[in-house]
Design a protein around this ligand. Structure first.
Ligand code: GDP
Length: 299
């Protein structure tokens, strides 16, 4: 995956610094330039790269180091720390709760058409099914013909109960009925799939807002195609302005995703990435763990 190129470039910049005979301001500046270039090439926004670069410089704070201190290590730690900071907005997102003593957790999925939202709903529900939850899926996507069949097919494959309608055209009505039905059945986790559109249209945002107000979800997950590059920041921000996005899932990380999209989505929504999609099938789904992602990236 192309993300490996970002890791390769960052690790390369740090390795070159490690091999430098003297680690002076010039060597560090060169290393930071190389890191900035790698982030820009990975589609991280210019403004974010500029901020990150100055924070790395401040965090490494070479002039304050004791003589003989390991400057190479100080720079590496500063880079790792800054990447973790970019990916961790500080607030953990809502985690669904299991067991009859809790009310059902309702999680609503939003995203553009084609982002992988419907597939991701099934992956998410299945992830919790494997952890012993009783999940259920609700198809409130009445815009795309075939969305209900697709969800039904995925749900049946994963043996997860589902709710939807071929004839009802009001997504709010379906969402409310579906959530009520599964609340009565005491499902632990109710996942609501909403409509997407090709573009960020007013109608999509209005519909999302109505479904969100009617179902009062515990968590709104924004699903984003990891390969959209520089468009990620604006897209994520537009969704966040309409509904209270609390977590991000980045899909298609098996393909041409360059990683920067994930970083931008976190910056725009101030919400953590919780999972990544790594293929078309239900098990192609990984928990996203910031520290291990960054250490894998830096090698
Ligand atoms: P929706 O319109 O947002 O609901 O998107 P879909 O769930 O229908 O997905 C659109 C396409 O992306 C389908 O062909 C999915 O199989 C594919 N897809 C979804 N997630 C991933 C992923 O993580 N990796 C890959 N390679 N394909 C994915």
């Amino acid at each position: 995956m192309v993300l490996a190129q970002l890791g390769g470039s960052l690790a390369g910049a740090l390795a070159r610094l490690s091999r430098a005979t003297v680690v002076d301001d010039k060597a560090v500046a060169e290393c930071l330039n190389e890191i900035s270039r790698a982030l820009l090439q990975a589609d991280v926004r210019f403004e974010t790269v500029r901020d990150v670069s100055s924070r790395i410089k401040a965090a490494a704070n070479l002039s304050a180091l004791a003589p003989g201190a390991d400057k190479r290590r100080a720079v590496r730690n500063a880079v790792a720390g800054e990447l973790c900071r970019m990916l961790d907005p500080g607030e953990p997102s809502f985690s669904p709760r299991k067991g009859q003593q809790h009310p059902s957790s309702v999680v609503m999925f939003v995203g553009l058409q084609g982002s992988g939202k419907t597939t991701t709903c099934a992956k998410y529900a299945d992830h919790y099914r494997r952890k012993g939850f009783r999940p259920a899926l609700v198809c409130a996507d009445t815009f795309r013909a075939g969305a209900f069949d697709q969800l039904k097919q995925n749900a049946s494959k994963a043996k997860i109960p589902f709710y939807g309608s071929y004839t009802e055209s009001d997504p709010v009505k379906i969402a409310v009925e579906g959530v009520d039905t599964f609340r009565k059945e005491k499902c632990d986790l109710i996942v609501v799939d909403t409509s997407g559109r090709h573009k960020q249209e007013a109608a999509l945002f209005e519909e999302m807002r109505q479904v969100s107000e009617a179902t009062r979800p515990d968590l709104v997950v924004f699903v984003m195609d990891g390969s959209i590059g520089q468009a990620a920041f604006d897209q994520a921000q537009a969704f966040k302005q309409s509904v209270p996005v609390g977590a991000v899932i980045v899909t298609k990380m098996d393909g041409h995703a360059r990683g920067g999209g994930a970083l931008s989505a976190v910056a725009a929504t101030k919400s953590p990435v919780i999972f990544i999609g790594t293929g078309e099938h239900i098990p192609d789904f990984e928990v996203f763990e910031v520290k291990s992602f960054v250490s894998r990236l830096l090698g």
